[in-house]
Design a protein around this ligand. Sequence first.
Ligand code: ADP
Length: 506
Amino acid sequence: MKLKDKILVAFFIMIAMPITMICVAASTIINLQMNSIHETYDVDSDTREVLTTPIQILNRLTRGVYNEIKLAALKTPEKLEDFNYIESLNRDIQNKYSFITVRKNDQFIYSGNTRKLSLISNSLPSFGVYDTDVDGGIYVGGKNPFLVKAQDFFFSDGSEGTIFVITDLNVLVPQIKAVAIQTVISFLLILFFTASILMLWIYRSILRPLNILRIATNQIRKGDLNYSVQFASDDEIGQLCDDFEKMRIRLKELIEDRLKYEEDMKELISNISHDLKTPLTAIKGYAEGLTDGVADTPDKQEKYLKTICAKANDISALVDELAFYAKIDCNTMPYSFSHINLHNYFSDCMEELKLDLEVKNIEVTFQNDVDPSVLVVMDAEQLKRVINNIVGNAVKYLDKKQGRIEIRIVDRDEFVHVSISDNGAGIASQDIPFIFNRFYRADASRNSKKGGSGLGLAISKKVIEDHSGQIWAESELGKGTTITFSLRKVGNGSEPYSSKGELENE
Ligand code: ADP
């Protein structure tokens, strides 16, 4: 559920849940207390009455005794002069917050509660002017409210008498008090309960993931990029955790790349210094031989000078290759792509290669299995560099008297595959996966005197990849090697473009 929906739901729960629960609780409390009122005072009352006019209930407490007095005044008034009888009636209502008082003329001759009587004795109605207003009672008192029921009668000596049934309204029936207190307590408990549930819910949906994120952020700040955030939820916070996790993975990759780059740079510098040092040491040695007079004949001196020249050329070639590699590695190589007919391109290539290789007793063959009209997108000059590298290796690592190099072009759907095979020394299977790495030279060639920088195939790989193609090797020690690369045919999408963003047509 989305966070905004959760907040909406929480809002409704906050309102609806306490209201419903309080209604249920209040009605249960009221029903229980109604039963209690009925059992304690033998009074029937309904819920509405309890909540609206609790005085009615107090009024009913004395209804029985009052009716008995009315009956006595009508039929046996002499009974009302009997204090024992009055006393027994008073006892009946004593525990119902009420008492009885008897007035003869203006004198109170009996009172069930003298203290309370003194509070209202002046407010009691005179003989003959009693008019009921609340279910047979009147309300008197003001500051000390009482409910008064009165019955006039004549004493046997002819004096005017009034008997009062007085109920103290200052007290609330304990059950009504209990309803109020229990309702307030349940209201507070329900509010607490609802708030706790919502708090828990909000904690689980917001605070817990935020806490997880905070811990993860701290871990990452300390450099622990393996600390992953695991929090599955489909809301906004869940998405935030997801994004955070993706950010962590990306950051980790970037840092690993950076470390690898630094490692590669160290290796690069050590390889360059090693590869430069070897010819430089030779140059130094031969130059010292010349100056020290070790080369004491013109023949020797010429040989020394030629060696110095050859080593200087090696350094120059290495520096050129390094400069070129640096250029393509930084993607600053300005390619000039165009649509080239492969058949024509390789036919021209073959002319050049044949001239060069026949002198070295190497037979070159070319087989084209692709439609002669097929065009590929390529930078002719850079592709020439790739072919020269591969053919150059074939020549360099040839160990047979009669060398053979075979160039073959085959059609593979959107691509054309170009394979250059030789019958040379071959590459050990454990070396094959690494020969396209920069400065990698298989042990055999490293120990031989073939020279080479270990950059040729790394450069070829980068050039082919910049053409949206791939390059790979198959080889068997002692039998020969085949290097194959793919070039995308024209009109198959994802064509490489020059750094100017334009494709130059042939
Ligand atoms: P190098 O300048 O050493 O030739 P390359 O990057 O061109 O560097 O080749 C990397 C390594 O792959 C070489 O050192 C060599 O061991 C091996 N290799 C490449 N081509 C061939 C081949 N045709 N025959 C045998 N080994 C080869």
